[in-house]
Design a protein. Sequence first.
Length: 264
Amino acid sequence: MDWSVQQIAKLAGTTGRTLRHYDDIGLLKPSRTGNNGYRYYGQESLVRLQRILLLRDLGLGLPAIAEVLGNEADAEHALGRHLAWLLQEEDRLGRQIASVRHTIEALQTGGKIMAEEMFDGFDHTKYQEEVQQRWGKDAYAKSDTWWRGMGAEEKAAWTEQSRQLGADWTAAAESGVPADSAEAQDLARRHVEWLRGIPGTPAASPAAGGPAAGNDAGAPDIKGYVTGLGEMYVADPRFAANYGGADGAAFVRDALKIYAETEL
């Protein structure tokens, strides 16, 4: 069975113009084109469109989506991984919704706010395996102990600081300022200071459990760590989404690289 441009646009919540643009740039070709010039889409095209829309929701730009689709030719495997991620997000968002509702009810009724309930769904442990693989079990243990040792107000303040940093990065990227501008480099400085406050990271300051000042023995490669994080922000859609998508993440990467080369 084939579907027309108009049918698919309506079902997918997009426009015929968007679908035609996807065809023009080679991102989504119709299954066939009729004698009248109309485009028609079959099952394979619909699967590809679903993947495009899922990746777009993660904040990826069209060039990045094309690259992802080109590198993951097995649609079933790729969708399986995406489904697993969506199910995790469904659970996390459900817990966050319940958490926020509880806080609103407590504020409205003057009831007691419980930190355990306020921060349910704001789960930093979801990256446990990844952190351990990249930087070791000790790094995760230190950061986990640090987080669990915070009070409710401290956790809220740190979460807001992280959100604001991401928002400022996104705004700077959208404004079009270059990565080596004073504004971008100040954001890079703030970003590194933010990293220095997290125990267990290679950038952690001595006060946060990092290496003692002047101790070169076994000292971590902070410059490599910061530039590596920038590359990870671009490569991983989960992180890119914090900076407005792939283009914003690329801006962060470039600014951090310049800062690392000149200041670290």
